[in-house]
Structures are given as structure tokens and as C-alpha cells.
Design a binder for this molecule. Structure first.
Ligand SMILES: Cc1cc2nc3c(=O)[nH]c(=O)nc-3n(C[C@H](O)[C@H](O)[C@H](O)COP(=O)(O)OP(=O)(O)OC[C@H]3O[C@@H](n4cnc5c(N)ncnc54)[C@H](O)[C@@H]3O)c2cc1C
Length: 320
């Protein structure tokens, strides 16, 4: 069975950035990646300093090349099951075992989860078809591309008022469709009214699409509102099955569910770390990569410390 210092599950920005820092620290690293980064549907990744607008898949291909160049290994597979080994062993032995979808089993001393999250989209016909193109979730990722256009925001949760205000900063033709959102915070309501944002009550039935993209928001009562882009706030659910299988508990905020970590990426489960969207629902590409670098560096530091302590134990002659 193959054994590594660190098993990284997830080869997006967070996982690959961690792999680079760990491999540059001469750690044996295996990245297991199912190959579905969250932003795959988007044409370009924005706010990525030095690579503004790069294709998300090209960015990760470069990251993989960089990680491989320092000796990291990358396996295209799903990690389908995890087992904790002897957690009482503080030393250098393997503590985790993963079953992969290619039929193999691998072991590692530390486990880093960079599995990202799932965007749970509202069940409205037309949303999935435009996702990542003219149906957007993040004013920072794609707002500039739709600046000045007629934008409809579909209210699906408590963040809708906030997202509408961010988009209103980019266009003076924004409409909020209350759909399934809770009542607007009175302060947000006053702000939207003052900025001329119409708030339309009633459930949305579908997004009507034409050749060039989304054409209109259609309400259940048949009314149609022309739009050129739509924003929705999906519920964000961390891909955390492996973590809960190890006994970890998830945390929740108004955006969704995530793995709680300390500022270094350490979870409550000994030996398990998490970085990127799985631990921070709002982190974009660069922040996810930064969290991966931090977690990778801290895992290396922990292994250095553990191995040095073992060396001390072995060096001290047994008393008596
Ligand atoms: C449509 C869209 C557009 C976006 N545009 C931008 C943008 O322009 N700029 C920006 O900064 N951010 C953007 N984002 C946010 C960006 O996608 C995230 O910040 C980033 O992908 C988080 O990186 P990550 O490594 O945490 O997760 P991901 O990139 O999602 O990578 C997780 C990886 O783990 C793999 N995985 C999951 N479970 C397993 C498993 N059990 N076994 C093996 N592999 C597994 C997945 O297949 C995936 O490859 C966008 C998001 C969306 C939805």
C-alpha cells in the first residue's frame, strides 16, 4: 500500500497550493482529485492577481504542473471512504487510510481536506443552464462583466438584500425578486428604496432564455420582467462527507455549512486539516490558495516537530 506524509483530497486552488508548499518542504504528498472545481462552468477566473481572467481549468493545469515539478503525486480519482488508524500514536506512523474510486487504498500521516463545496441552486428552470455565465452568484467574480446591464436578483435567502446592494453599485437597473427570501431587513429595504431598486413580490416560475442567454424572469402569476443577467445566492454546502465520517462536526452560517478550522486550517479532529471553500464558504480563488499554503506550511511544521520530539526520545537513554 502506498504511504505518504500528507494525503490531500481535492486538487483545486487550495489543494494544489498546499501540495506545492508541502512538496517544496520535501514531504511526500498525494493529491487525490475528482476534477470538478466549483468554478469550472465560468469562462474566466477574476481577481486572480497575475492571471486576471485566466480560464479556471488552465489555472489548475498550471498548478498541477507546478506541484508535480516538486515531486507531488496527483491521482485522478474520488476519495470514497476514510478510516482513522491508531490516533493514540503521536509519532510518525500513518493515521489515515483512504479508499479511492480507482480501487486502490492509500495511507498518510496527515489528511488535508480541500474538497470545496457544492452550490445548491434553487429549483427554478433556467438557472442551471445559465450558471457561471449569465446566472451569477458573486458580484466580485462576474459583476464587472454585467455592469450597467438590467440585472434581476432572485431572493433565495437572507443574503439577497446584501447581494442586491452590491450589484446596484454596478448597475442602476437592478430588480430584486423576493421569491423565497425572508422579509428584507428594514435598513436594507430603505437603502434599496432610496437607490431606486424595485422589489417584486411573488414566486419566480422560470428564467426565460433566448439564443443569446437569459431573457426574462417569469413569475408564477405569468408576469415577465426583461433581464440581461440574473443573480442567485445558492445554499453553500461543504463537501465534507469524509470529515463527518471521521467524527468531525460541521458549523453553519447564513450562507451554508462548512468545516470549522482555526486560522491555520486545523480542525477539531486530530491530524485532519481543511482549507479553501470546504472551510470558508466565501473564499475566492486566491484566498483558497492562500489557505492551502498556510495549512500546508503548518502541517509540515507539525511533522517537523513530531519527528524532532521522537528523535529526542530515541536519543535519551532509557532511565534505570
Ligand atoms: C460559477 C463560479 C464562478 C466563480 N468565479 C470566480 C472568480 O472569477 N474568481 C474567484 O476568485 N473565485 C471564483 N469563484 C469561486 C471559486 O470557484 C472558489 O473560490 C474556488 O474554486 C475554491 O477552491 P477550492 O480549492 O477550495 O475548491 P474547488 O476549486 O471547488 O476544488 C475542489 C476539488 O476537490 C475535488 N473533490 C471534492 N470531493 C472529492 C473527493 N471526495 N475525492 C477527490 N476529489 C474531490 C473536486 O472535484 C474539485 O476538483 C467562482 C465560483 C463559481 C461557482
Amino acid at each position: 500500500m502506498n504511504s505518504y506524509d500528507v494525503l490531500i483530497v481535492g486538487g483545486g486552488s487550495a489543494g494544489l497550493a498546499a501540495a506545492v508548499v508541502l512538496a517544496r518542504s520535501l514531504r511526500s504528498v498525494l493529491v487525490i482529485d475528482a476534477g470538478s472545481p466549483r468554478n469550472a462552468p465560468a469562462d474566466g477566473a477574476h481577481n486572480v492577481l497575475g492571471h486576471e481572467g485566466i480560464s479556471p481549468l488552465d489555472l489548475l493545469a498550471t498548478g498541477r504542473t507546478e506541484a508535480l515539478s516538486y515531486g507531488a503525486e496527483i491521482r485522478s480519482a474520488d476519495a470514497v471512504a476514510v478510516r482513522g488508524l491508531d490516533a493514540s500514536d503521536p509519532g510518525g506512523e500513518d493515521r489515515f487510510e483512504l479508499d479511492l474510486s480507482d480501487g486502490t487504498t492509500v495511507r498518510g500521516r496527515r489528511l488535508l481536506l480541500t474538497t470545496g463545496l457544492t452550490d445548491v441552486l434553487p429549483d427554478i428552470p433556467g438557472v442551471r443552464e445559465g450558471w457561471g455565465h449569465d446566472v451569477l452568484h458573486c458580484p466580485y467574480c462576474h459583476g464587472w462583466e454585467v455592469r450597467g446591464r438590467r440585472i434581476g436578483v432572485i431572493g433565495t435567502g437572507p443574503m439577497a438584500g446584501h447581494v442586491t446592494l452590491l450589484l446596484r453599485n454596478l448597475s442602476d437597473r437592478v430588480t430584486l425578486f423576493a421569491h423565497a427570501m425572508p422579509p428584507l431587513d428594514p435598513q436594507d429595504r430603505a437603502r434599496l428604496d432610496a437607490l431606486g431598486v424595485e422589489v417584486v413580490d411573488g414566486p419566480v416560475r422560470e428564467l426565460a432564455r433566448a439564443e443569446g442567454g437569459v431573457r426574462a424572469v417569469v413569475l408564477a402569476d405569468g408576469r415577465e420582467f426583461p433581464v440581461e443577467a440574473v443573480a442567485v445566492a445558492p445554499r453553500l454546502v461543504a463537501n465534507a462527507d469524509l470529515y463527518t465520517a471521521l467524527g468531525g462536526t460541521l458549523a453553519e452560517n447564513p450562507m451554508g455549512v462548512y468545516i470549522p478550522v482555526d486560522p491555520m486550517g486545523r480542525t477539531e479532529v486530530a491530524g485532519v486539516w481543511a482549507a479553501g471553500n470546504v472551510a470558508d464558504l466565501s473564499s475566492m480563488v486566491v484566498a483558497s490558495a492562500a489557505a492551502g499554503v498556510m495549512a500546508g506550511a503548518q502541517i509540515n511544521a507539525e511533522l517537523v516537530r513530531v519527528d524532532a520530539d521522537l528523535a529526542v526520545e530515541r536519543a535519551v537513554p532509557a532511565a534505570g
